[in-house]
Ligand binder design. Structure first.
Ligand SMILES: *Cc1c(COP(=O)(O)O)cnc(C)c1O
Length: 385
């Protein structure tokens, strides 16, 4: 065997399970509370709402379902338009289409990689008009109803300009906070700034329930409606009367039990993520071909998925690391370049393309060992020198 064959894979980002997960899940099994009734669901909801600082929360089967419900609960309807980040995992854009609404894709800014607020402002002020108490896209003739800023990779979007424009033009703000649990924007917690926000507890997220999601909000109407729609819009639970089309989108007690155990450890997880990011930062700071992961002066990033830019493109380095059993990943293919979305409006999305060419996410599991981290850094430096 050669040396590489003997090495264990360094995974990109895997769950960390070392707390009360076994105890709480066993309690579900012991008490027969395995389904969507059960006290862990409401406990998980109040724990997350407490952490974000919203009045309430509604747990869902996954983050995509949370986004789908959040859009519905904010009044987005078929043929409305929703402004959404172009450089993102596809979930929020798909959720817009589930309703029959239209995404308008907003470019990423080249410095912090989040939704470009200057382009967003230009789009609203130049491409839209305010008429009859609503914002209309001049070209498409459709009503712009909401904006979904996606806080990618653990870093917040620049929310003040987004919130200001949204207030001015009566747009609902749905934060996609699925990648940024634990992040702050100025002194505000990510997930507490919009009309509502969505989280995900998929296996690669900061904390996981296997699969799961959450809507948080300070608006009791949004919360009540999300509870209603996620439980099949059941008006009368005994006689099974439904006035509307609902969804089977609730989280189970088993998953929520795991979520409670994970959330107990979230501060430790964030500290570990930031420590890993610091190690990469120190190693790469002086490397000419690498731009390290940015953090704005107004931001506290949760550093969920540590990502660099590689001058001249990231795929060569990715292939080299793969050969060395180190798992990495480029950022998502820009949404407007996906066949499913090539016919939707994208507003000057050239930064997204450049970022996609150069970005590479590096191994940063909460449980990554010092040796694996050191080997990853060394392999990258060797390749670039
Ligand atoms: C993970 C993620 C989601 C939600 O994903 P689920 O797998 O449905 O929980 C939504 N938006 C973004 C940006 C994500 O990264």
């Amino acid at each position: 065997m050669n040396k590489i064959d003997e090495l264990a894979l360094v995974p990109l980002c895997v769950p960390e399970i070392r707390g009360n997960e076994w105890k709480y899940i066993k309690e579900c099994l012991d008490t027969n509370w395995v389904s969507s009734g059960g006290s862990y669901v409401s406990q998980f909801e109040s724990m997350l709402a407490g952490r974000i600082g919203t009045s309430d929360a509604v747990a869902t089967v996954n983050g995509t379902a949370a986004l789908h419900m959040a859009l519905l609960c904010c009044g987005v309807e078929a043929d409305d338009e929703v402004l959404v980040s172009n450089l993102t995992f596809i979930a929020p854009v798909n959720a817009i289409r589930y309703i029959g609404a239209f995404p308008v894709l907003m470019d990423a800014d080249p410095t912090f990689w989040q939704m470009d607020v200057d382009k967003f402002t230009n789009f609203v002020e130049q491409e839209c008009i305010w008429k009859d108490g609503a914002l209309w896209n001049k070209k498409s003739g459709r009503k712009v109803k909401a904006i979904v800023p996606v806080h990618i990779l653990g870093h917040p979007c620049d929310m003040d300009p987004i919130l200001e424009i949204a207030r001015k033009y009566n747009l609902k703000v749905i934060e996609d906070a699925t990648e940024s649990l634990g992040a702050k924007y100025k002194d505000r917690i990510v997930g507490s700034m919009g009309d509502c926000a969505c989280f995900s507890f998929n296996g690669n997220k900061l904390i996981t329930t296997g699969g799961g999601g959450m809507i948080v909000s300070n608006n009791p109407q949004i919360i009540e409606r999300a509870k209603y729609l996620t439980t099949q819009a059941k008006d009368d639970p005994i006689e099974y009367i439904h006035s509307e089309v609902g969804y089977n989108y609730r989280l189970t007690n088993i998953q929520a039990a795991m979520g409670c155990a994970q959330l107990e450890q979230v501060d430790e997880y964030i500290a570990t993520k930031r420590r890993t990011a610091d190690s990469y930062e120190k190693a790469f700071r002086t490397v000419e071909k690498i731009v390290t992961m940015p953090e704005a002066s107004w931001a506290t990033s949760a550093k969920w998925l540590y990502t660099i830019l590689v001058d001249g493109g990231s795929r060569g380095l990715m292939a080299h690391l793969k050969k060395n059993k180190i798992q990495t990943r480029p950022l998502w293919h820009p949404i407007h370049k996906n066949p499913a979305y090539q016919n939707f409006e994208a507003y000057h999305c050239d930064n997204s393309i450049l970022l996609n060419d150069n970005a590479l996410s590096l191994p940063c599991s909460v449980g990554i060992s010092d040796q694996d981290l050191a080997r990853t850094i060394e392999t990258i430096l060797n390749y670039l020198e």
